[in-house]
Structures are given as structure tokens and as C-alpha cells.
Design a protein around this ligand. Structure first.
Ligand SMILES: CC(C)(COP(=O)(O)OP(=O)(O)OC[C@H]1O[C@@H](n2cnc3c(N)ncnc32)[C@H](O)[C@@H]1OP(=O)(O)O)[C@@H](O)C(=O)NCCC(=O)NCCS
Length: 166
């Protein structure tokens, strides 16, 4: 039987918490990214298909990890990095990127537990609304977010690179 996240709130602070995943004896411990996580995190993002040619994962880590209004949350099971989520408060809304669970551990409630941690991170900062983008090549994950209470809103996304297009 698959273990499932049994809690909708972490047991301690937003970035560092233990989230019970039952019925199997699996605990997802979440905390902020540390430099020694680099290889495991990049490998996880690569395995999950989240590393795009125009996104340098090291540059993304350098900008977000431990920032004044951003962080990368890492989820561990038995000391191994198995999940991540990048969080950021841009002053109006909160954003979530790089939501990833080790492919061998997907479908066991760990992704939902990571989203609990991301929402707690934002809530602790008074962020009223969490936003995220799903690439149109990855719409199969929309149901995952909808199951957690996220809704699709009719918006047009406009972007502009401030550096030469990567
Ligand atoms: C998306 C992802 C993080 C989900 O993590 P996970 O650990 O597999 O998800 P969970 O086991 O916590 O699933 C939680 C719930 O969502 C459901 N769910 C999971 N993936 C789903 C999907 N693709 N469509 C519909 N529902 C889904 C589960 O069935 C479960 O529902 P339940 O509680 O009613 O049984 C994981 O599949 C992943 O890392 N994917 C690759 C990276 C990626 O695409 N990230 C998102 C970028 S926007």
C-alpha cells in the first residue's frame, strides 16, 4: 500500500519540518537547501525533466537558495534528498518552481507533502496567494495541483528576457 501524506500542516517551522507520511514508516523531513545538496538536487531536477536549456540550474540555485525572499526547500527520506520545491515571495504573490519528487518515489504522497511545506513557507511571510506555472508540455501534472486546491485562472502570461535570450 502506498504511503500517503497524512498532514496538511508541518510540525514545525516552514522551511524545517517533519511531515508524517503514513501508513508506511516514511517521514519526509523538509529543510532549506545546503551547498552539499547541489549534486543531488540537480540530478533530481534532471531526472524529473525540469532542467531546460535556457535555465542554468546552478544559476537558479545561486539566486534562490537562502535568499532574503526566496529559498529552495529540500525533502529528505532517511537522509537522502528525494524532493524539492523552490519558493519565492516577490512582494505581492508567492511563486513555486522546481517541484520535484524522485521518480522512484512518486505517487506516495511526497509531492503533496512538499506543497504543504511550500505553502507554510509563504504563509509564514504573510503571502496571500501562491502561484505556479505548468509548461504546456507538462499538463499531466495539473491534476496533482488541482487535487491540492489549486485552480486554473484565465490569464495571459507575458515575459521578457532582460539579458540576451539564452
Ligand atoms: C508532480 C509531482 C511533484 C507529484 O509528486 P508525487 O509525490 O508523485 O505526488 P503525490 O503522491 O503527493 O500525489 C498527491 C495527489 O495528487 C495525485 N496526483 C499525482 N500526480 C498526478 C497527476 N499527474 N494527475 C492527477 N493527479 C495526480 C495523486 O494521485 C494524489 O492524489 P490522492 O491524494 O487523491 O491519491 C511528481 O510527479 C514529479 O516530480 N513530477 C515530475 C516533475 C514535475 O513535473 N513537476 C511539476 C512541475 S510544474
Amino acid at each position: 500500500m502506498s504511503p500517503k501524506a497524512s498532514s496538511t500542516s508541518p510540525s514545525s517551522s516552514a522551511a524545517g519540518s517533519d511531515i508524517a507520511v503514513t501508513p508506511a514508516p516514511v517521514t519526509l523531513a523538509t529543510r532549506s537547501y545546503r551547498p552539499e545538496d547541489r549534486d543531488a538536487v540537480v540530478a533530481l531536477w534532471t531526472a524529473c525533466g525540469l532542467v531546460m536549456p535556457w535555465n542554468d540550474p546552478d544559476a537558479d540555485i545561486a539566486r534562490a537558495a537562502g535568499g532574503p525572499a526566496s529559498d529552495i526547500l529540500v525533502g529528505e527520506v532517511d537522509g537522502a534528498v528525494v524532493a524539492t520545491a523552490m519558493v519565492g515571495d516577490e512582494g505581492h504573490r508567492g511563486w513555486v518552481y522546481y517541484v520535484a519528487v524522485d521518480p522512484e518515489r512518486q505517487g506516495h504522497g511526497l509531492g503533496a507533502a512538499m506543497m504543504v511545506a511550500t505553502e507554510a513557507w509563504h504563509a509564514a511571510r504573510g503571502v496571500p496567494k501562491v502561484m505556479l506555472l505548468v509548461r504546456e508540455t507538462n499538463t499531466r501534472v495539473v491534476g496533482f495541483y488541482e487535487g491540492l486546491g489549486y485552480v486554473q485562472e484565465p490569464r495571459v502570461l507575458l515575459t521578457k528576457w532582460l539579458n540576451p535570450t539564452p
